[in-house]
Ligand binder design. Structure first.
Ligand SMILES: C[S@@+](CC[C@H](N)C(=O)[O-])C[C@H]1O[C@@H](n2cnc3c(N)ncnc32)[C@H](O)[C@@H]1O
Length: 315
């Protein structure tokens, strides 16, 4: 499995530069994946620094170990969900950090491993869990077969920005009366059939948005990002940096808004004469506009096309 777990890290140079990686520093990579960014951080911090690495997926943890062992020893891998970052920090006695990285979403090997059920073009059970273990039992198959039409419409619209949510949800609810929907290709064929004659912008596959929506819901990805940003800022030293790479507008909007919140002092309503919230700004934004990949990177790695890096510094 390890040898097959290959993922080209996006914005590789930019991450190292914006995290201001230096020898002797302490970092936390919350989405270690195959260990691409982590390996470079570990190399730069040298023997006097330390790197903590999280991932929710056991396969990623095992691949990252292979990659990191080639670079150094001063790291710790933790299989966990980053939404628990405060607990993880306490349990592992993690000191205040110089930098924290989130490279959101799904990795290439997770998409490529057919049996994970992330891909609409490869026959597999509709799973889509980042962590295929006893702690996370809800799958895309459960959602597709159990949710009401209105719940499906809401998920497809909110998490997939799917313009034909209602048509697709109706088709699913009708079809599952005859047969349980259990595979990726069964669902994607059903979506294609339900959208016959409809117009599409660009050349994206008709099932793309629904698959994205189901993946986000199964893994509660957006809730996780919203919750974790203030906790991550809290875990930084003064001058430490939080770097987040997102891959679609829903994620980027959350990151942008959450960063803006961290820069505000008082958030009391403007008509209130005296501040009662006592909120103090925690950070300043380093990237006024998101950093995007250069053409040379995009030509080698298509995933980099949609990557956006935003960086906040703790004050
Ligand atoms: C885009 S990949 C990261 C790739 C990595 N930067 C590299 O260079 O190989 C995202 C990773 O985040 C993990 N992940 C997603 N949500 C997570 C969560 N809530 N907690 C921990 N890891 C998560 C996924 O399992 C996946 O391995």
């Amino acid at each position: 499995m390890n040898n097959e777990f290959i993922h080209k890290p996006v914005l590789f140079r930019e991450v190292i530069e914006y995290l201001d990686c230096k020898e002797g520093n302490f970092y936390l990579d919350c989405t270690t994946g195959a260990g691409g960014h982590s390996s470079e951080i570990l190399r730069v911090i040298g023997k006097s620094g330390f790197l903590y690495c999280l991932d929710r997926d056991f396969n990623a943890i095992s691949a990252a170990k292979t990659a990191l062992d080639d670079v150094g020893e001063n790291y710790k891998l933790i299989k966990s969900n980053y939404s628990q970052i405060d607990k993880i920090i306490e349990e592992n006695n993690i000191p205040k950090l110089d930098g924290i990285l989130f490279d959101l979403g799904v990795s290439s090997p997770q998409l490529d491993h057919t049996e994970r059920g992330f891909s609409f073009s490869k026959e597999a059970t509709l799973d889509m869990r980042f962590a295929q273990d006893e702690n996370e039992t809800l799958t895309a198959e459960d959602l597709v077969n159990k949710l009401s039409k209105d719940e499906l419409v809401k998920i497809f619209s909110e998490y997939g920005e799917e313009p034909y949510s209602k048509t697709i949800a109706e088709a699913i609810v009708e079809d599952r009366k005859k047969n349980r929907i259990v595979t990726t290709t069964q669902l994607s064929s059903l979506i294609i059939k339900s959208l016959a004659g409809k117009k599409f912008k660009g050349n994206i596959h008709p099932a793309t948005r629904v698959f994205q929506a189901l993946r986000i819901k199964v893994n509660e990805e957006l809730t996780g990002i919203t919750q974790v940003i203030p906790l991550a800022v809290n875990a930084l030293k003064t001058g430490g940096r939080l770097a987040i790479i997102s891959f679609h507008s829903l994620e980027d909007r959350i990151v942008k808004e959450a960063f803006r919140e961290e820069t505000k002092d008082c958030i009391c309503p403007s008509r209130q004469p005296i501040c009662t919230c006592n909120k103090v700004a925690q950070g300043k934004i380093i990237t006024k506009k998101p950093v995007m990949a250069q053409d040379d990177e995009i030509s080698k790695n298509k995933r980099a096309r949609s990557a956006k890096l935003r960086v906040l510094e703790k004050i």
